[in-house]
Write a protein that binds this ligand. Structure first.
Ligand SMILES: Cc1cc2nc3c(=O)[nH]c(=O)nc-3n(C[C@H](O)[C@H](O)[C@H](O)COP(=O)(O)OP(=O)(O)OC[C@H]3O[C@@H](n4cnc5c(N)ncnc54)[C@H](O)[C@@H]3O)c2cc1C
Length: 382
């Protein structure tokens, strides 16, 4: 498993060399992202299986490394990969040991199907545990209609994981997760407002109506799945995405400085040391990601996700989105006008637009507020 996983990281590192895409132009983000997704599918990187067991096998660390390599080429493709892999991991870890989930997984792997996320909902803001929509039951057919503020890449996805409430016989509600086939889902798209970044992704609000059978419900309640797998993995993969974007911004700074070094030597010194300060921040980002990967891998031995671990996952998101902002704005300052331009070798336009999504994709304020409430119970130790 480890070898297959490592080989795939190496394959993702050379992804750009296998793309047949001409020089980038402003406005081609969607075409470029689609070309990357097609190549990822051709390389069988969307679902990686072990050679021995023919079962899904990719470590969290290697998934993060692949996300980094993709994001270095395109923030949009990196975001799609990060979100898909968090959904894929959820299916592998929490899908029941039932014929339905076994066959589903086999098909997803065989056809390299992208899995989308339908967890946010209109009316509850970014509180993923506050579903309003409730599953209706009519004989063997279950239905749910959910108003989603935004769902990404439904033009590519074959399955979507949707959270919704279910009324239990005792009258209480429990939040569940549904493995919803796109072919059994009616979509009423809302008016797409257009985002400032991540323009390689079809992002739209939708009213989704999903029809499914009982077997498509995950056995664990959604809060357990979210706390155990979906939330920690998405924060690690998002941080890896942002690290890849930061690496791309720093590449442009290095290329810009060496293509036209400043005439005055004292300015050159300042620029070099400023670049080094930005690399410090990138180093800190990567150290946080590696630490989060180790904590994720070790949590079984320490009895699951404790309060401190849950808080750390939120810190990872807040800190890495802040570092990304600082690195990208610092890069813009160093590259200057050529970075501010919409097009050209040194343009930072796409990265800067993509970077803005980092702090709003689950608001940093929401995460900070949650952590502030438990800070007195959590002690940071070395
Ligand atoms: C590029 C992109 C792609 C996305 N793709 C998907 C997808 O595929 N599937 C999906 O389900 N969702 C997706 N989303 C939606 C996303 O996951 C969240 O639902 C969304 O970011 C919630 O944002 P919000 O500002 O509406 O809500 P909120 O988190 O409620 O924030 C609203 C405002 O209130 C503030 N706020 C919120 N909570 C607090 C608090 N506790 N204390 C203080 N201030 C607070 C915030 O800072 C913000 O100003 C995507 C979002 C983006 C940006």
């Amino acid at each position: 498993m480890a070898t297959a996983s490592r080989d795939r990281v190496e394959l993702s590192r050379t992804l750009g060399e296998r793309l047949s895409f001409g020089p980038r132009q402003p406005g081609d983000e969607k075409a470029f992202t689609d070309a990357i997704l097609a190549q990822l599918r051709a390389d069988r990187l969307l679902w990686v299986v072990s050679d021995e067991e023919n079962a899904p096998a990719l470590s969290i660390g290697d998934t993060a490394r692949i996300t980094f390599n993709i994001a270095r080429l395109s923030g949009s493709a990196g975001l799609i990969y990060a979100m898909h892999m968090s959904q894929a991991l959820t299916l592998v870890r929490h899908g029941g040991d039932t014929p339905f989930f076994r066959e589903l997984l086999q098909r997803l792997v065989g056809e390299q199907v992208l899995v989308a996320s339908g967890t946010s909902e209109k009316g509850v803001g970014g509180d993923i545990f506050g579903s309003i929509c409730t599953i209706e039951e009519d004989g063997d057919t279950l239905t749910v209609t959910k108003e989603s503020p935004n769902i990404s890449y439904l033009d590519h996805a074959g399955l979507i994981l949707v959270s919704a409430m279910r009324l239990k016989p005792n009258g209480k509600k429990v939040q569940m997760l549904i493995a919803a086939e796109m072919k059994n889902t009616d979509l009423q798209p809302g008016r797409a407002v257009g985002f400032m970044g991540m323009r390689g992704i079809m992002n739209k609000p939708y009213a989704l109506t999903v029809r499914f059978a009982e077997e498509a419900l995950f056995p664990d309640p959604y809060p357990v799945i979210a706390r155990d797998t979906m939330t920690p993995s998405i924060h690690i993969f998002w941080a890896a995405l942002w690290s890849g974007m930061a690496a791309s911004a720093l590449d442009k700074v290095r290329a810009s400085i060496s293509s036209s070094p400043p005439a005055e030597s004292d300015v050159a010194d300042v620029m070099r040391s400023e670049l080094s300060r930005l690399v410090d921040k990138h180093y800190a980002m990567n150290a946080l990601i590696r630490d989060a990967v180790v904590a994720f891998d070790n949590r079984e031995s320490v009895g699951g996700m404790g309060m401190a671990h849950t808080a750390d996952v939120k810190r990872l998101k807040v800190l890495c989105s802040d570092y990304l902002t600082e690195i990208c704005l610092g890069a813009l300052g160093l590259v200057g006008m050529r970075g501010y331009a919409e097009a050209g070798t040194y343009s930072l336009s796409e990265i800067l637009g993509d970077m803005l999504s980092a702090r709003v994709m689950i608001s940093n304020y929401r995460l900070l507020t949650n952590n502030a409430k438990i800070e007195r119970f959590v002690e940071e130790r070395l």
